[in-house]
Design a protein around this ligand. Sequence first.
Ligand SMILES: *Cc1c(COP(=O)(O)O)cnc(C)c1O
Length: 363
Amino acid sequence: MERIYNFSSGPAVLPLSVLEEASRGVLGINGSGMSVLEVSHRGKDYEAIHYGAGERLLRIMGLSQEEYIVLFLGGGASLQFAMLPMNFLTPDKTACYVNAGEWGKKAIKEAKLFGQVHVAGSSEDKNFSYIPKQLDVNPGSAYFHYTTNNTIEGTTQFATPEVGDIPLITDASSEFLSRAMDFSKFSMIYAGAQKNLGPAGVTMIVMRKSFLETAREDIPAILSYKTHAKADSLYNTPPVFPIYVTGLTLKWIEEGGGLAVIEKRNREKAALIYDALDAYPDFYEPTVIQKEDRSLMNITFRIRDTEREKSFLSGAQERKMDGLKGHRSVGGFRASIYNAFPVEGCVALAEYLHEFAERGVRD
Ligand SMILES: *Cc1c(COP(=O)(O)O)cnc(C)c1O
């Protein structure tokens, strides 16, 4: 089947080799005579997939199984907005949050149901078009939460915030495993799989064991991190198929050379498109104020003459480029170029950006 250039922000493009292997797994797994969709989550075929994925994830991140655990949970990254404060925040405690995008804002809203929220930095004054750099860290906070990559607005917080001994937590959904990072600075990293790593339906949570120890237990079992940790994410039926496919993508990352290789390619890909936009400052308008905040994953821009938007999109469609329409809160366009998005697609978009600006067509 012919593949188009899929710039969707999520669910999003996956490596073709992963899709091929997954489709074989749907028909039969390990010569068991059963589909991966049919095997028991307590059986040995699934166990190998389940534990293999978690071990590989920690290996890619450079973390040890002695210090960290991996959880695979349903409910999306959005469930983590509520589960995190439910487990670690109480009315007498304060948690720090960075308010740098629509997703971070949603996380703050949920946290306020459980305890005090101290907003350590915000860029809401300018529609989240930059990363707040001066962070006001509240000492003694239960934890410090930020969004690594603001999917909708196209900004990334590249520098890991300095928060002393406050447990550092990030929602890395839309850039998880897109670049090399010192993950050992974090007490918890979580990410929905469907942006960069797999199908919708599973969220990865990587948590420092000593942080997990401090979680409260007087909450419903299904919403307790300790429940899931004790049961190795098999307390109830896990999202088997999304975990399986995510495991295949992790294998693709590891066998491809790991995060350093991924990061280099992602930087090259993003540069192709940003360079094309920057070549026509009177024509295209990047929506991110400072270049240093520009996301490698979600490239947001407008055409200054908004009358041309429709013709830009229809021209893209003719070139087999899909998913370029920006989020309604930002407008314009968004090119999501996650790990599996091919470099050829970035070249194609860059060429189209040049051509469209040169032609200056309007209808
Ligand atoms: C998409 C996204 C979410 C929400 O993910 P769901 O899995 O749909 O709940 C949360 N945070 C960020 C940064 C996202 O990009």
